[in-house]
Design a protein around this ligand. Structure first.
Ligand SMILES: [Zn+2]
Ligand SMILES: [Zn+2]
Length: 136
Protein backbone atom coordinates (compact mmCIF):
# COMPACT_ATOMS: atom_id res chain seq x y z
CA UNK A 1 0.00 0.00 0.00
CA UNK A 2 1.29 3.45 -0.90
CA UNK A 3 2.70 5.65 1.84
CA UNK A 4 1.42 8.81 0.14
CA UNK A 5 -0.75 10.85 2.48
CA UNK A 6 -4.47 10.20 2.31
CA UNK A 7 -6.37 13.43 1.77
CA UNK A 8 -9.99 14.43 1.46
CA UNK A 9 -12.63 17.00 2.23
CA UNK A 10 -16.15 18.23 1.60
CA UNK A 11 -18.15 19.23 -1.45
CA UNK A 12 -17.69 23.00 -1.06
CA UNK A 13 -13.97 22.66 -0.32
CA UNK A 14 -13.92 24.54 3.00
CA UNK A 15 -12.91 21.46 4.96
CA UNK A 16 -9.80 19.41 4.15
CA UNK A 17 -8.06 16.66 6.07
CA UNK A 18 -4.96 14.53 5.76
CA UNK A 19 -4.30 11.03 7.14
CA UNK A 20 -0.84 9.49 7.37
CA UNK A 21 -1.70 5.78 7.78
CA UNK A 22 -3.98 3.38 5.90
CA UNK A 23 -7.37 2.44 7.39
CA UNK A 24 -7.79 -0.41 9.87
CA UNK A 25 -10.99 -1.53 8.15
CA UNK A 26 -13.55 -0.23 5.63
CA UNK A 27 -17.28 -1.00 5.99
CA UNK A 28 -20.59 -0.21 4.39
CA UNK A 29 -22.79 0.77 7.35
CA UNK A 30 -26.48 0.07 6.85
CA UNK A 31 -27.62 1.43 10.22
CA UNK A 32 -30.63 3.70 10.26
CA UNK A 33 -28.65 6.63 11.65
CA UNK A 34 -26.18 6.50 8.75
CA UNK A 35 -29.10 6.35 6.31
CA UNK A 36 -30.60 9.50 7.79
CA UNK A 37 -27.30 11.34 8.36
CA UNK A 38 -26.27 10.67 4.77
CA UNK A 39 -29.65 10.87 3.07
CA UNK A 40 -28.45 7.63 1.47
CA UNK A 41 -29.16 3.90 1.64
CA UNK A 42 -25.86 3.40 3.51
CA UNK A 43 -22.61 5.19 4.33
CA UNK A 44 -19.18 3.69 3.72
CA UNK A 45 -16.69 4.31 6.52
CA UNK A 46 -12.92 3.89 6.62
CA UNK A 47 -11.71 3.52 10.20
CA UNK A 48 -8.35 5.11 11.06
CA UNK A 49 -6.20 5.60 14.12
CA UNK A 50 -7.28 9.01 15.47
CA UNK A 51 -3.60 9.95 15.81
CA UNK A 52 -3.20 9.56 12.04
CA UNK A 53 -5.95 12.08 11.23
CA UNK A 54 -5.48 15.83 10.98
CA UNK A 55 -7.75 18.63 9.79
CA UNK A 56 -5.86 20.94 7.44
CA UNK A 57 -8.64 23.44 6.61
CA UNK A 58 -11.99 24.35 8.11
CA UNK A 59 -13.80 22.94 11.10
CA UNK A 60 -16.74 20.54 10.83
CA UNK A 61 -19.98 20.98 12.73
CA UNK A 62 -20.82 18.17 15.14
CA UNK A 63 -24.11 16.35 15.62
CA UNK A 64 -24.48 14.24 18.76
CA UNK A 65 -26.32 11.40 17.02
CA UNK A 66 -26.31 9.07 20.03
CA UNK A 67 -25.15 9.03 23.64
CA UNK A 68 -21.55 8.45 22.49
CA UNK A 69 -21.59 9.03 18.72
CA UNK A 70 -20.50 12.31 17.17
CA UNK A 71 -21.10 12.97 13.48
CA UNK A 72 -18.86 15.64 11.96
CA UNK A 73 -20.10 17.32 8.80
CA UNK A 74 -19.59 20.51 6.80
CA UNK A 75 -22.11 23.09 7.98
CA UNK A 76 -21.81 24.92 4.65
CA UNK A 77 -22.37 22.09 2.15
CA UNK A 78 -23.60 19.22 4.37
CA UNK A 79 -21.03 16.55 3.44
CA UNK A 80 -20.81 13.86 6.16
CA UNK A 81 -17.08 13.65 6.94
CA UNK A 82 -16.24 11.84 10.15
CA UNK A 83 -17.69 9.91 13.02
CA UNK A 84 -16.12 9.73 16.46
CA UNK A 85 -17.19 8.06 19.65
CA UNK A 86 -16.56 9.16 23.22
CA UNK A 87 -16.30 5.39 23.93
CA UNK A 88 -13.20 4.99 21.75
CA UNK A 89 -11.28 8.25 21.25
CA UNK A 90 -8.40 6.34 19.61
CA UNK A 91 -10.25 5.85 16.32
CA UNK A 92 -11.98 8.01 13.75
CA UNK A 93 -14.30 6.84 11.01
CA UNK A 94 -14.05 8.84 7.79
CA UNK A 95 -16.55 8.63 4.92
CA UNK A 96 -14.80 6.78 2.11
CA UNK A 97 -16.52 9.00 -0.47
CA UNK A 98 -14.98 12.15 1.04
CA UNK A 99 -11.45 10.90 0.31
CA UNK A 100 -9.82 12.50 -2.71
CA UNK A 101 -9.13 8.95 -3.95
CA UNK A 102 -12.01 6.78 -2.69
CA UNK A 103 -10.91 3.85 -4.89
CA UNK A 104 -7.63 3.53 -3.03
CA UNK A 105 -9.04 1.19 -0.35
CA UNK A 106 -11.23 -1.89 -0.66
CA UNK A 107 -14.43 -2.26 1.31
CA UNK A 108 -14.33 -5.37 3.48
CA UNK A 109 -17.64 -5.70 5.30
CA UNK A 110 -21.33 -4.87 5.48
CA UNK A 111 -22.31 -3.89 9.02
CA UNK A 112 -25.61 -3.33 10.85
CA UNK A 113 -27.31 -5.31 8.09
CA UNK A 114 -30.54 -5.71 10.08
CA UNK A 115 -31.61 -2.33 8.68
CA UNK A 116 -30.18 -2.88 5.20
CA UNK A 117 -32.69 -1.47 2.70
CA UNK A 118 -34.25 -3.60 -0.03
CA UNK A 119 -32.83 -1.35 -2.77
CA UNK A 120 -29.25 -2.02 -1.66
CA UNK A 121 -29.53 -5.73 -0.77
CA UNK A 122 -27.63 -6.88 -3.87
CA UNK A 123 -24.82 -4.34 -3.53
CA UNK A 124 -21.47 -5.86 -2.49
CA UNK A 125 -23.57 -8.79 -1.22
CA UNK A 126 -20.54 -11.14 -1.38
CA UNK A 127 -18.78 -9.26 1.43
CA UNK A 128 -19.09 -10.62 4.98
CA UNK A 129 -22.23 -9.25 6.67
CA UNK A 130 -22.56 -8.47 10.35
CA UNK A 131 -25.57 -7.61 12.50
CA UNK A 132 -23.33 -5.17 14.41
CA UNK A 133 -19.68 -4.14 14.32
CA UNK A 134 -17.08 -6.66 13.10
CA UNK A 135 -13.88 -7.37 15.01
CA UNK A 136 -11.10 -5.25 13.58
ZN1 LIG B 1 -18.30 21.99 2.69
ZN1 LIG C 1 -24.03 3.46 10.67
Amino acid sequence: MSAAPITGGCLCGRIHYTIDRPPRIVCHCHCRMCQLAGGALFLTWATFDASAFQLTAGRPAINESSATGRRHFCADCGTPLMMTSTDDPLKVDVTLASLDEPDRFRVGHNIWVGSRRDASKGFDAELPSHLGEPDE
